[in-house]
Design a protein around this ligand. Structure first.
Ligand code: WT7
Length: 694
């Protein structure tokens, strides 16, 4: 239940008058009124919002039909039966033609190097998207086909995503930090017919040979008897196969030339790419010929929009599948209300398009609102630790959305690098990805936001598609570390272990009682896994996997994962996928991974390994194991600690008790209930072999 009034205590952060003036939801009463309407009459609430978008054919059947109860049959969610649309048409054509926003800037692109920037208007984006949509069609890509996208943060990534949606193809973006093995696994799982990648890119001063990794992934696919039709390569670093470097340095790309071969940006880097003429094609060669007119494919409200892989507790990533209509409505609406979007805003989300935050709040939500965004290729510490604040001043950013891990990283360098820049354009701040500790919240609020910008701590998941628990800038007084209240249409509950709903002050499992428009529809190719992962534990509810508590004022506080997942720098990993990488090493008999607190990453990986007989635990082995995980999953999964564990704590049935290992990693002696432990003697040895932790 939402309380009638917001609490008024002095330790809360209330919106300043300039935030309240003109806000879409100016106060708590208005929030509550809209919330009740959205949950009691979803048809009226979402129906009104749907009218702002273009539908090729209107809804004819039921507005909402669903089953959340596995004991009653298959899980399904269907909205607005009969309605057809195209999401790309709504994001681009509608904004260019009906809203007359053709000349408005859609993206300011800021490269890894500060000199390297460009901008693209709505009209230009539409042209590029139409051209690439035609390219895809000419390559034989049809409605329902999957297209893998393995690209850095560049405008072309957005072009590819929207071109797919224009022709009803399903994009599967794989974060460019994932390894060849991870990319291969994802291409195989979704049987992609085409891959789009880039020659390479820089992360700070580190060059990444993306094409090389993509080649290896495709080779691995071939080894497993699967071939993608084509690999389309965007020339981003500007090197050619033959000559490599040129003498031009850091040339600024002109705004509308993404179809041309872009000029070289570096003279210093000799990237050698291998060209496999039977698969590889240059992007610019294909774009030269393509027409910039392309009739959209009209899709059903429930047609698949995209797949995005997220870690699963079995170790095999889950292809989370979203649907066209619901994702449009929900990302657009959350973007508008949570960031209190106004037409003159300049919005910047620092996420990567390879994660759900990039999908929902760099691409779909902002474009659906006709917003102007900054898209940033670089990292917060290059060329110096003021980079983010410099960009905020450069583009007069009003709305800034980032992750707690970035805030904690920059906090380390003190206030001086922040205060070099005025940041006076800022109005609203946001965070996402993990619980934010009050210390980081206060620094973000006081130092970055000059104590005048409310912070939207948005709790959500790849699976939810958009914000679930979140403040609204003017309406909800803030408590540092709380994601506050549910967004419109969201019905949270807190359950105890036996599945009873807890009222009032309580702590337990966070679940949702009813569907919201952008709930995932299935796991690609495995509907049963969708049902068991999210609906089996508590019949009738969508289970988030997060713990949560409700305080005396009705505020929700996310306490973190309560399953076998861990959150490193805002990215979910499963203990199982890390363990299976470790076990591949010839010296390892068994492995168990737990989370350990980390001052910047939030959590990091602490691994226990049992060696095979006759093998020795050495520094070299530790390095090899870390490399193994990097190679299998990617750099984000690199373990911080690897401990020798001649024996692991297990139950009598042989299940590893990670709960106990977590305590050992943290050097906490109170192990709780150990009655199910089969052999207590392993514990002492484990404490003795602990890694020295920070
Ligand atoms: C998990 C989802 C949603 C986009 C980024 C991550 C954690 C996310 C918060 C927050 C506390 C949060 C949860 C969730 N999480 N946002 N504001 N406060 N925890 O997407 O990789 O699907 O991870 O991230 O544990 O379940 P994801």
């Amino acid at each position: 239940m939402i309380p009638d009034k917001a609490p008024v205590e002095k330790d809360l952060y209330h919106a300043a008058p300039e935030v309240v003036n003109g806000a879409h939801v100016p106060n708590f009463q208005k929030y509550k009124e809209l919330y009740l309407q959205s949950t009691q009459n979803p048809e009226e609430f979402w129906g009104r919002i749907a009218k702002e978008y273009y539908w090729k054919t209107p809804q004819t059947g039921k507005f909402l039909d669903y089953n959340f109860d596995l004991t009653k049959g298959k899980i399904y969610i269907k909205w607005m039966e009969g309605a057809t649309t195209n999401i790309c048409y709504n994001l681009l054509d509608r904004n260019v033609h009906q809203k007359k926003l053709g000349d408005k800037i859609a993206f300011y692109w800021e490269g890894n190097d500060p000199e390297d920037c460009m901008q693209v208007t709505y009209k230009e984006l539409l042209q590029q998207v139409c051209k690439f949509a035609n390219v895809l069609r000419s390559q034989g890509v049809k409605k329902g086909d999957r297209v893998s996208v393995y690209m850095p943060m560049m405008i072309e990534s957005v072009v590819v995503m929207l071109a797919c949606t224009r022709i009803g193809a399903i994009h599967s973006v794989v974060f460019a930090g994932f390894s060849a093995e991870s990319l291969c696994e994802r291409i195989l799982d979704s049987r992609c017919s085409l891959l789009v990648t880039a020659d390479g890119f820089y992360r700070g001063d580190k060059p990444i040979d993306l094409k090389h990794i993509a080649d290896e992934a495709l080779r691995k696919c071939r080894d497993r008897n699967f071939r993608v039709g084509r690999c389309i390569v965007v020339k981003h670093l500007g090197v050619t196969e033959a000559t490599g470097a040129t003498d031009e340095t850091c040339t600024v790309k002109a705004s509308s030339d993404t179809s041309q071969s872009p000029p070289a940006k570096r003279s210093c880097y000799n990237l050698q790419i291998t060209w496999n003429a039977d698969v590889d094609i240059w992007w610019h060669d294909l774009m030269k010929e393509a027409s910039d007119k392309c009739e959209p494919e009209w899709c059903d409200f429930e047609d698949p929009l995209f797949i995005l892989y997220t870690s699963g507790s079995t170790g095999k990533p889950k292809g989370v599948q979203h649907a066209v209509g619901g994702y449009l409505l929900y990302t657009a609406t959350t973007f508008k209300y949570v960031f209190d979007y106004k037409p003159d805003d300049v919005y910047w989300c620092t996420a990567d398009v390879g994660w759900i935050t990039g999908h929902s709040y760099i691409v779909y939500g902002p474009l659906a609102n006709g917003a102007t965004s900054v898209m940033f290729e670089g990292i917060p510490t290059y060329p110096n630790v003021s980079r983010l604040w410099e960009i905020i001043d450069k583009y007069k950013v009003t709305t800034f959305y980032t992750a707690p891990t970035a805030i904690r990283l920059l906090m380390k360098y003190g206030e001086e690098p922040v205060k070099k820049f005025s940041r006076k354009s800022l109005k609203i701040l946001g965070t996402v990805g993990e619980p934010i500790n009050p210390e980081a919240w206060l620094w973000y609020y006081n130092v970055v936001g000059n104590s005048k910008c409310p912070i939207m701590d948005t709790f959500w998941q790849t699976e939810t598609g958009g914000h679930m628990m979140t403040p609204l800038p003017a309406a909800i007084p803030l408590k540092p570390g709380s994601a506050t209240f549910p967004f419109f249409g969201v019905t949270p509950a807190i359950l105890n272990e036996t599945g009873e709903e807890l009222e009032g002050m309580a702590e337990g499992y966070l679940v949702f009682k009813k569907p919201w428009p952008s709930i995932m529809r299935t796991i690609y190719g495995n509907h049963q896994r969708f049902e068991t992962t999210y609906f089996k534990k508590f019949p009738g509810y969508f289970v988030t996997g997060d713990g949560c508590k409700r305080d005396k004022d009705g505020y929700y506080w996310i306490t973190g994962r309560i399953d076998d997942m861990l959150n490193v720098s805002g990215h979910l990993l499963s203990t199982a996928e890390v363990e299976s990488a470790l076990i591949e090493h010839t010296s390892i008999a068994e492995a168990a991974t737990v989370s350990h607190p980390h001052p910047i990453k939030g959590e990091c990986l602490y691994c226990f390994v049992t060696l095979k007989d006759g093998h020795e635990f050495t520094e070299t082995l530790v390095t090899e194991l870390k490399d193994k995980v990097r190679e299998k999953i990617g750099p984000i999964a690199t373990p911080d600690y690897v401990q020798n564990a001649p024996g692991l704590p297990k139950t009598r049935s042989g299940k590893i008790m990670r709960r106990i290992l977590r305590k050992i990693a943290r050097n906490e002696n109170d192990l709780g209930d150990t009655s199910t432990l089969a052999d207590g003697t392993v514990i002492e040895e484990l404490f003795k072999n602990r890694c020295k932790t920070a």
